[in-house]
Design a protein around this ligand. Structure first.
Ligand code: AMP
Ligand code: TRP
Length: 335
């Protein structure tokens, strides 16, 4: 049998998961566990790159762990980045295999440093924010990951990881690192239901995202008020807001309903109230399982915390092995 391929992905511990995170990334994380050796990380070092509240980071990290476990991410595949400090040591080594100019050209750096300026937060742009994609490269390469499931917005960071891997391999004269490939889901972009011209996102404000753990009434209310057809869509093209609801129904696995509603749409019989009703039903039936599981976890948080500390320590041994080999290859000493 061919050797099992490796998958790595990460998510920042910034509060709660929304439907965009789930359908764009996490749903795929759960599926991939059946087929690959998976490493999934809550990247708390990355969460320090923007101005943040030191009192909240640790709680947010655990909350993200609990949310992920409740959706079906296995604890043995899940770890906390700062419990594997080798990532940051490899980060330093990679800093020396990455050009400053390339980092200043990253779209995310430009966007986020722009946000800091616009927010008037004394214009503090950390070196960490510039270096963010190099730490991300270390996250990926330290497990020699073949595939990285992420949303489309991470494409440029994946290219950088490949560049760094290639430069490293060339300089040390050995094909040591695998060049990682991104894996996209069938739902790479969920739109805001309040404004379907933009993606669902927390940073845009409360009405622009639906919390995966929202209660039933809230989900129904948010879907009921979803913008469907604003009337300016060219004939024959489905409006973004309508398509978004279809995408959600499909992503929930409600194929029969999806097919029926699509037929109704093309025969001109679709009523948007019905489309919304089915969307809300599909979501509630999916998320109610997560909420139930989350309540079980809340009743015994310590059990999950212990498992994650253990898995982080197990996963760390893989990272340590890579780092030792890398230090050997670049001419550093090992203790
Ligand atoms: P973020 O919350 O932006 O750090 O994203 C975490 C993960 O969710 C990344 O893999 C993103 O690409 C993905 N993601 C975030 N928002 C959306 C969205 N609206 N649609 C699809 N995927 C998303
Ligand atoms: N930058 C990613 C995001 O914003 C999070 C991340 C950090 C990541 N390290 C990673 C994703 C490694 C994939 C692999 O979503």
């Amino acid at each position: 049998m061919a050797e099992m391929k490796t998958v790595l992905s990460g998510i920042q511990p910034t509060g709660q998961l929304h439907l965009g995170n789930y359908f764009g990334a996490i749903q795929n994380w759960v599926k991939l566990q059946e087929q690959y050796r998976c490493y999934y990380s809550v990247v708390d070092y990355h969460a320090m790159t923007m101005p943040y509240d030191v009192k909240k980071l640790r709680t947010n990290t655990w909350d993200m762990i609990f949310s992920l476990v409740a959706t079906g991410v296995k604890t043995e595949n899940l770890f906390i980045q700062s419990l594997v400090p080798e990532h940051t040591e490899l980060n330093w080594i990679f800093n020396c295999f990455c050009s400053y100019g390339q980092l200043t050209r990253m779209t995310q750096f430009k966007d986020k440093s722009g946000q800091v300026k616009d927010g008037g937060k004394d214009e503090f742009i950390s070196v960490g924010l510039l270096d963010y994609p190099v730490l991300q490269t270390a996250d990926i390469l330290i497990y020699r990951a073949d595939y990285v499931p992420v949303g489309k917005d991470q494409e440029q960071h994946l290219e950088l990881a490949r560049d760094i891997a290639l430069r490293f391999n060339t300089q040390v004269g050995k094909e040591y690192f695998v060049l990682p490939e991104p894996l996209y889901t069938d739902t790479p972009k969920i739109r805001s239901t309040a404004d379907p011209s933009r993606k669902m996102s927390k940073s845009a404000g409360e009405k622009h995202y639906i919390n995966l753990y929202a209660d039933e009434a809230t989900i129904r209310r948010q879907i009921k008020s979803a913008v469907t057809d604003s009337g300016d869509t060219p004939d024959g093209k489905m409006a973004d807001g309508v398509q978004n609801l279809f995408e959600i129904i499909k992503a929930c696995g409600w194929d029969k309903e999806y097919r029926q509603l699509t037929e109704d749409y093309y025969s001109g019989h679709l009523k948007y109230v019905d489309l919304k009703q089915v969307t809300a039903d599909a979501l509630v039936s999916l998320t109610s399982q997560f909420i139930a599981r989350r309540q079980e976890i809340n009743a015994d948080k310590k059990a999950i915390k212990d498992q994650i500390k253990q898995s982080s320590s197990d996963i760390r041994t893989v990272a340590q092995k890579t780092l030792r080999e890398v230090k050997e290859l670049v001419g550093l000493l090992n203790v």
